[in-house]
Design a protein around this ligand. Structure first.
Ligand code: TA6
Length: 284
């Protein structure tokens, strides 16, 4: 019987791990940022967008896949944009190759460079597992210090689409959102049966408690979040994509970020406390 495997590989010369379940589902995760850069469900095709111009280098953010955003979402605080977890070198914590799934946990603990900008004793564990048409990613935050700290976070998932204008994101109807394309960040309510992206879109939807479906003509992906009440939907569109030197201009058509997040109400974690949030993707 085929076994799940977890192997060390180089991904564009950067150290990475490749998980494969016995049914052929696979994922590739960089140690840089613990960033997932590929997810291929069993018998399927690549479901994550990765820019061919992405740079994988110390201190740099990688354009595509699933950047881990911690301890600050975007510029909502004094830290570098989207915090530091995505640009740090993570370490492997555990690997599991079971009869029907492969799972990897990576860890990042407070170090000199994190303490220099965020003076807290924390540890992060990111666990990724693949089996069949299912992909799970869970972020655990541990407070190893003697004082409480607060943070915001996101799993900044770049979903690959054939043509973003033809994709429909279902499940957000009736939800309140913050419109981040407007500097005044107004609150609006989604009234559409589905969200079709036809212009620059940068929204934080709040208190999303149901699963979403990103539907395309030939394939769909179900998206579920646990313990992460906000959902960010982002596409830079043809004007703002030009701000990114690490993304080909035409590629705004090939991606849609749908991000499980905790932003509006920052998480307060007491000394010794543990918090976790999870995103599940189901390929259909
Ligand atoms: O999650 C959406 C967002 O915050 C957008 O505002 C957007 O510009 C983006 O993430 C990408 O940020 P980055 O720092 O990776 O260029």
């Amino acid at each position: 019987m085929p076994q799940a495997t977890v192997e060390d590989i180089l991904y564009h010369d950067a150290p990475a791990l490749r998980l494969q379940s016995p049914d052929g589902a696979s994922a590739i995760i960089l140690l840089h940022g613990a960033q997932v850069v590929s997810w291929i469900p069993a018998g399927g095709q690549e479901r994550l967008y990765m820019s061919e111009l992405a740079q994988i280098a110390p201190g740099k953010a990688v354009r595509g896949g699933i950047p881990v955003i911690f301890p600050q979402f975007s510029t909502l605080g004094p830290l570098p944009r989207h915090g530091f977890a995505r640009t740090q070198a993570w370490e492997r914590q555990s690997l599991r190759a079971e009869a029907d799934y492969a799972m990897l946990t990576l860890r990042l603990a407070a170090n000199e460079s994190t303490r220099a900008i965020w003076p807290h004793a924390f540890a992060l564990e990111l666990s990724i597992s693949v089996t069949g048409n299912r992909f799970d990613i869970e972020l655990e935050v541990q407070n190893e210090g003697e004082d409480a700290f607060t943070f915001t976070c996101a799993l900044h998932t770049y979903l690959r689409v054939k043509e973003v204008e033809e994709a429909h994101l279902e499940g957000l109807n009736g939800h309140r959102y913050t419109d981040c394309t407007d500097t005044a960040r107004p609150q609006r309510t989604d009234t559409g049966v589905f969200l079709a992206v036809e212009a620059e879109t940068d929204r934080i939807y709040h208190q999303v408690e149901r699963p979403l479906l990103l539907r395309e003509s030939r394939q769909s992906v179900g998206i579920n979040a646990e313990n992460m009440p906000d959902i960010v939907v982002w596409n830079p569109w043809e004007h703002s994509v030009k701000n990114f030197t690490d993304m080909p201009p035409k590629d705004f058509r090939r991606m849609l970020c749908v991000e499980a997040a905790a932003i509006e109400t920052p998480i307060e974690l007491a000394a010794g406390g543990i918090w976790w949030g999870r995103q599940t993707l189901i390929a259909m």
